[in-house]
Design a protein around this ligand. Structure first.
Ligand SMILES: NC(=O)c1ccc[n+]([C@@H]2O[C@H](COP(=O)([O-])OP(=O)(O)OC[C@H]3O[C@@H](n4cnc5c(N)ncnc54)[C@H](O)[C@@H]3O)[C@@H](O)[C@H]2O)c1
Length: 471
């Protein structure tokens, strides 16, 4: 039976964290801040090197400050592998490695199994392994078998699910003040130990492992549905000649619905939502349970970049051979992460359609980009035939429309991220397209069907009255 209580944040433990990515590094640093004794292992030398020098390899506000605090208190250390980290006092090992989708959209759990095997093989006493990575239900039970196989004789490994809900760009803030902590364990005492790792006073959902694993998948699937629903409403708004952000605000202020994630935009992206949406569907397939709502959300999302490209094609009379300035590559503002970024998807579509793309992003790390990158926004805009704003960074909202109008070669601007004040940009002489912003036209076709229906009803009513009168 699931119960909701509050975390007590009582005990201090010796914790090993495997993986120093957005989740692992944030967990390690925040656990040290909360008073735990933490060793964080990171296999990738490019990520480990800055950590050993006290720098963060990822951009997250507040992370480096807490890293410095952990270094000076001696409660936070980094190493490349589990071997040599001194496992004797370690009671909890937290696995925060990647669980990317494979080519079929099924979750690839090989990194997780390897990490589980590594910590189990080095365990010198009974150990609690916490799976922080996002995994499909059943994974913790499977990983427990892997651990049992790898562990030395006499050492018992209990695997617990405690999924993470932090948002990139506010990872530290979210980790230290989460909406809830979820712990799925087979043993109540082990569940208690894991719950005590977290800050005090947070709603705690204790359940079994499959339930905890599903909570994470279902939460992300629901967020994806919300975003795609907003984009469907936005498309309707464009046809109706009305303003989607206002319509969606009017919808979202209903407390049963909520306004977060109900904004028109270029579709969802990042390392989590697309992956977890496909994982959720893979789970449905494996269980023989349809996941139709989520499948539809994915379909709508796949259309979002193409819809943005269509607008540009129309505005430019075809994009082939045109130079397009693209502002934004990160999957959302405030992060350097561009994994599965809608901005990159749009860039790829533009390039595949024959456009030349010149892009600027203040932070995004992009491994392979077929376009050109510039050092500032104006350099990207200079002489381009069109401008696309694909990530809603504040510095793009703050651009002067007049300065852009002067430097841009063409007149077309597509605000795919909802970052610009379209009226003032139009006043500067630019032709601006947004997402979910329709142009009201006199006697719009939307009026025709209701007019016909009103007319039919009137005629019917008159006819019926005549009948009655005649009868
Ligand atoms: N990024 C997010 O916002 C977020 C939020 C909630 C949950 N999650 C989930 O958390 C998990 C991790 O996500 P992330 O974004 O932090 O991934 P990431 O790719 O940024 O980090 C994973 C790190 O683990 C390291 N690693 C892999 N195997 C290792 C091993 N055996 N030993 C040491 N290091 C190892 C990798 O080198 C990498 O640096 C995923 O399952 C993800 O779905 C992510």
């Amino acid at each position: 039976m699931t119960s909701v209580e509050m975390t007590k944040g009582a005990a201090s433990h010796r914790v090993l964290v495997v993986g120093a990515g957005y989740v692992g590094l944030t967990s390690a640093v925040c656990f040290a801040h909360l008073g735990h004794d933490v060793v964080c292992v990171e296999a990738n030398p490019d990520r480990l090197a800055p950590l050993l020098e006290g720098r963060s390899p990822i951009h997250e506000p507040g992370l480096e400050e807490l890293m410095a605090e952990g270094a000076s208190s001696g409660r936070l250390q980094f190493a490349q592998g589990v071997a040599g980290t001194g496992m004797s006092g370690v009671e909890v090992a937290l696995l925060a490695v990647g669980t990317p989708p494979d080519e079929n959209g099924d979750p690839d759990l090989t990194q997780l199994a390897a990490a589980a095997r590594e910590v189990s093989a080095h365990a010198v006493r009974d150990l609690v392994v916490v799976v922080k990575s996002t995994v499909p239900p059943g994974s913790c039970e499977a990983i427990e078998l892997v651990c049992a196989d790898a562990a030395p004789e006499g050492v018992r490994i209990s695997v617990v699910s405690s999924p993470e809900f932090l948002r990139e760009s506010r990872a530290v803030e979210d980790f230290l003040a989460p909406d809830r902590v979820v712990v799925g364990a087979a043993d109540p005492e082990v569940a208690e130990l894991v719950a005590d790792l977290y800050p005090a006073g947070v709603p705690l959902v204790k359940t079994d492992r499959r339930g905890a694993e599903l909570i994470k998948y279902a939460a992300n699937a629901f967020l994806a549905v919300k975003i795609s629903f907003a984009n469907e409403v936005a498309a309707l708004c464009e046809s109706l000649g009305t303003e989607a952000s206002t319509v969606l605000l009017g919808v979202g202020l209903d407390q049963r619905i909520g306004k977060d994630f109900l904004r028109p935009g270029p579709g969802y992206g990042g390392s989590c939502l697309p992956k977890d949406v496909s994982g959720f569907q893979a789970l449905g397939r494996a269980m023989g349970t349809p996941t139709r709502v989520v499948a539809a959300a994915e379909e709508v999302n796949d259309e979002a970049s193409r819809a943005a490209l269509m607008k540009l094609e129309m505005g430019l009379g075809g994009v082939a051979g045109k130079l397009v300035a693209l502002l934004g590559l990160a999957f959302k503002p405030g992060t350097d992460d561009s994994r599965d970024s809608p901005a990159l998807r749009l860039a790829e579509l533009l390039i595949a359609s024959g456009a030349r793309v010149r892009a600027y992003d203040p932070l995004a790390r992009v491994d392979a980009f077929a376009g050109e990158r510039t050092a500032d926004a104006m350099e990207a805009i200079d002489g381009a035939e069109a401008l696309v704003v694909a990530t809603a960074w504040d510095e793009f909202s703050a651009l002067s429309a007049e300065a852009v109008a002067e430097r841009l070669g063409g007149r077309i601007v597509l605000d795919a991220a909802g970052a610009l004040d379209l009226e003032s940009w139009a006043e500067a002489g630019l032709v601006v397209y947004g997402i979910g912003r329709g142009a009201p036209v006199a006697f719009h076709p939307v009026v025709w069907p209701p007019l016909r229906w009103a007319h039919q009803r009137d005629s019917l009513a008159l006819f019926q009255d005549d009948e009655v009168a005649a009868g």
